[in-house]
Design a protein around this ligand. Structure first.
Ligand code: ZN
Length: 186
């Protein structure tokens, strides 16, 4: 998948790009677009990102938008729903919503900038969530985002993780394909 980090300079102290850029790169790739909204008011912008070509829309539990309403809006557009939590946020915040969503994205760095150090202590959350999924027969996927590289993947491989986001490690490597393959082998 292509993971696209949308930042608004409010929810996180950095600005990246919005729906128009996603719309223009949509033409260049058939890969699923995993759009990660690090913005204050995701609910307002769901129609824009849905029509820009997102396949999965992930928003933050800590944003200002109502979680239930945001989930329904994303589903109304026929897209998969992800909810993300920052490192300091407890997984408990997700409990009421787990049966309605497709992906839980656990941030393994403070969101805002690429190239940060992987926070190993966040891996505990994958165990809590996996346990929750098994107990209640739910089938959301667990995604990690931040600091994943060919070294940290060695720690991640022992945890119940379905999707790993890797930015800096892939883009800074000389041979992207072989780096991606190395990560996938784990
Ligand atoms: Zn992301």
């Amino acid at each position: 998948m292509l993971h696209l980090d949308v930042m608004d300079g409010h929810f996180v102290p950095n600005i990246t790009f919005g729906a128009p850029v996603i719309k223009s790169i949509r033409k260049c790739s058939k890969l699923p677009f995993d759009v990660h909204l690090m913005i204050d008011e995701p609910l307002k912008f769901i129609p824009d990102f849905a029509s820009a070509g997102a396949d999965i829309i992930t928003f933050h539990a800590e944003s200002k938008s109502d979680i239930t309403e945001t989930i329904s809006k994303i589903k109304k557009f026929g897209k998969k729903v992800g909810i993300s939590i920052k490192p300091k946020t407890d997984t408990k915040i997700l409990t009421p919503y787990l049966k309605y969503i497709d992906v839980v994205l656990i941030m393994t760095v403070e969101p805002g900038f690429g190239g940060q150090t992987f926070m190993e202590n966040q891996l505990q959350k994958t165990l809590i969530l996996k346990n929750e999924a098994q107990k209640n027969n739910l089938n959301f996927e667990i995604e990690l985002d931040g600091g994943i590289n060919t070294q940290t993947i060695e720690i991640v491989k022992d945890y119940p993780v379905d999707i790993c986001v890797s930015g800096t490690c892939v883009f800074n490597s000389e041979y992207m394909t072989s780096t991606i393959n190395k990560l996938k082998m784990r």
